[in-house]
Design a protein around this ligand. Structure first.
Ligand code: ADP
Ligand code: MG
Length: 243
């Protein structure tokens, strides 16, 4: 199958600290890939580089065959093809839920208000929040806000969803509803690259798992391989913290 996203030998440093040290990965359409690793191993930096939110120092990123790491690329045009959700929901507080979900469709994709709103409502229906469309984000629980952030990310039909520990800031009782939504999107065929500390979820939902260790992909395989019989001692040590 042809690749949707191919990253080759990505390097990134902040000051004298090498944060990504030759990361390569490959995603096909409909892949669901989990990136696991200790705090500080470079997961967020990797996702931010792939989403063109952070420039890489070296390497190459191909999205559907075109080189998006080329400095001459239209970075905003590329970002408009991706959906990104972070740990903090980053919803616009002055906009309604529907306003948040339709903003990119209206501003970036220049969709007509009525069309964007009809589609926005349909997406809110999918994430179970149609009844909150006219509310402002501060009226919603953290789990609901994160579901709105996911709705906003999928509203423009992105080719790839980048999810960066999207349940880490949530109270434990709110994690489930967000993970269930991600599971549904995965089952519907959405292509997802997610950094996560939810090992049970990664094992269940991901097709492939990458263990990032000090800026390198130390181990990669199916969930059964990486969780069930990790090859590397450092992977075993990391996973033992979750048992
Ligand atoms: P993870 O998401 O796996 O916890 P990060 O990618 O956030 O790891 O961070 C990896 C390393 O890069 C950490 O040491 C972090 O302090 C550093 N880092 C991340 N972003 C920046 C930045 N903008 N400026 C300086 N250092 C950064
Ligand atoms: Mg992180």
């Amino acid at each position: 199958m042809s690749s949707l996203l191919t990253a080759t030998d990505l390097w990134k440093s902040f000051g004298d600290r090498d944060v990504l040290r030759g990361v390569s990965l490959d995603l096909s359409a409909h892949d669901v890939v989990a990136v696991i690793g200790a705090s500080g191993s470079g997961k967020s930096t990797l996702l931010r580089c792939l989403g063109l939110l952070e420039p890489i120092d070296d390497g190459r990123i191909l999205l559907a065959g075109s080189d998006i790491s080329d400095p001459r690329v239209d970075a905003n045009g590329v970002r408009a093809r991706l959906g990104v959700v972070f740990q903090s929901y980053n919803l616009f507080p002055h906009l309604t839920v529907l306003g948040n979900v339709t903003l990119a469709s209206r501003v970036v994709h220049r969709e007509k208000r009525a069309d964007a709103e009809a589609r926005g409502l349909a997406i809110l229906e999918r994430v179970g929040l149609a009844d909150k469309a006219r509310e402002h984000p501060d009226r919603l629980s953290g789990g609901q806000q994160q579901r709105v952030a996911i709705a906003r990310a999928i509203a423009t039909d992105p080719e790839l969803l980048l999810l960066d520990e999207i349940t880490s800031a949530l109270d434990p009782e709110l994690v489930g509803e967000v993970l269930e939504l991600v599971r549904t999107l995965a089952e519907e065929g959405t292509t997802i690259l997610m950094a996560t500390h939810e090992m049970g979820f990664a094992r269940d939902v991901a097709h492939r798992v990458l263990f990032l260790d000090e800026g390198r992909v130390l181990e990669e395989g199916s969930p059964a391989e990486v969780f069930g019989s990790p090859r590397e001692a450092r992977t075993r040590a990391f996973l033992s913290r979750f048992r």
